[in-house]
Design a protein around this ligand. Structure first.
Ligand SMILES: Nc1ncnc2c1ncn2[C@@H]1O[C@H](COP(=O)(O)OP(=O)(O)OP(=O)(O)O)[C@@H](O)[C@H]1O
Ligand SMILES: [Mg+2]
Length: 359
């Protein structure tokens, strides 16, 4: 089996990747997990399990890869997943937790007492490796179940490789009832090797540097420009992501590796409020927002939501790529709300700076 170190080197040689020593330092760690997975016997042998003589599955330490945005964590994890020697599943934190919460809900409805158990069973039954992108816990409902969820997965012999922007000790920082969450942090440190991907380069920023990120007017060339940014950053993925916020569904029509693409109408013509926009800002590193129209009294509610969206993105330092009818300062020039929009326009302007959003 060719090592990831070799596969990475081949990609550097072909020009697909730039050689990055901090990324290269991660490859032996991933290769180690890979070798252990390949060498380990399968957790259950059919016959032994029939007579109840199942051996406990082997304990293979996973990896917790953390660091700043755009450093290549997801790229490395994808490489690892793609070349996994065992059945593997790659999930995004938000999508996965939705699936888990739905599973728990269904089990409870059927009167199952330990509602997490069937969910663990379902997730673990076909895989030995779970690649978990963007571990980030802000929601108390998630915080209260991840510990038992992961404990269950580990017991079933599932190895976890995960990426995060935070060191484990900072997960769910300042969260409600955080003391109940601390055993999860201890579990992570015990079962995963924690490694900081300490690269100075934000490759995502690099890809955008020199590229305009605000396009107007709305015409074919603006549309083509953002399509090519999307394709460059995501390989042209078409899957979406639905966030569950306080019982509401907030849908990002396209989402991949923290990059989302939506129209103004997708996000500002729905009955979304501040909590929804905060959830979007939290889930997304870069948003491509298309078709921002002229704003005025006639679309006052949409305009107000747009202001809230931009505020949330700004606070969370989300990169923004926009297509709009006009320049920020000329989007909302008359009617109630025009004055308040000045701050939004100024933020939209500031967010166009190539250095904006860098740590
Ligand atoms: N060595 C490299 N050479 C060229 N491009 C790279 C390199 N490493 C990463 N990239 C590209 O940079 C972009 C950002 O990488 P990636 O999504 O893996 O970052 P990340 O660390 O997961 O960031 P985040 O924390 O925001 O999720 C991707 O498009 C990726 O393909
Ligand atoms: Mg990532």
């Amino acid at each position: 089996m060719e090592s990831l170190t070799h596969i990475y080197a081949a990609k550097v040689a072909s020009g697909a990747l730039k050689a990055d020593p901090a990324q290269e330092a991660v490859l032996p760690l991933l290769d180690e997990v890979r070798d252990a997975l390949r060498a380990a016997p399968r957790g259950k042998s059919g016959l032994l399990s029939l007579i109840g003589g199942r051996k406990p599955p082997p304990r293979i330490k996973g990896l917790y890869l953390w660091g700043g945005v755009g450093r290549g964590k997801s790229m490395l994890m994808d490489l690892f997943h793609e070349h996994s020697p065992v059945p593997s599943r790659r999930v995004h934190f938000h999508a996965f937790m939705q699936e888990v919460q739905a599973g728990i809900h269904a089990a409870r409805k059927q009167g199952v007492e330990d509602a997490i158990a069937p969910v663990v069973e379902q997730v673990a039954k076909d895989i030995r490796l779970l690649c978990f992108d963007e571990m980030q816990i802000t929601d108390i409902a998630d915080a209260m179940i991840v510990g038992r969820l992961f404990e269950g997965l580990f017991k079933r012999g599932v190895t976890v490789v995960t990426t995060s922007n935070r060191v484990p000790d900072d997960l769910y920082k300042d969260g409600l009832n955080r003391q109940l969450f601390l055993p999860f942090i201890a579990l992570i440190k015990e079962r995963l090797t924690v490694h900081h991907l300490h690269s100075p380069v934000d490759y995502r920023q690099g890809r955008l540097t020199g590229t305009p990120v605000y396009f107007h007017p709305l015409n074919d060339s603006a549309r083509a420009a953002v399509s090519s940014i999307w394709d460059d950053l995501t390989g042209g993925q078409t899957a979406g992501l639905t966030l569950h916020v306080k019982g509401r569904d907030v849908t990002l029509p396209r989402f991949h590796n923290g990059i989302a693409r939506a129209t103004f109408w997708d996000l500002c013509a729905q009955m979304y409020g501040p909590a929804d926009y905060l959830a979007i800002a939290d889930a997304v590193k870069l948003l491509i927002l298309e078709e921002v129209p002229r704003l005025s009294r006639s679309n006052f509610n949409e305009a107000k939501r747009f202001v809230t969206l931009v505020d949330a993105l700004y606070e969370a330092k989300v990169r923004l790529v926009v297509t709009a009818v006009d320049e920020p300062e000329r989007l909302y020039i008359e009617g109630a709300g025009a004055f308040e929009f000045e701050r939004t326009a100024s933020r939209l302007r500031e967010m166009q700076d190539v250095h904006w959003g860098q740590e």
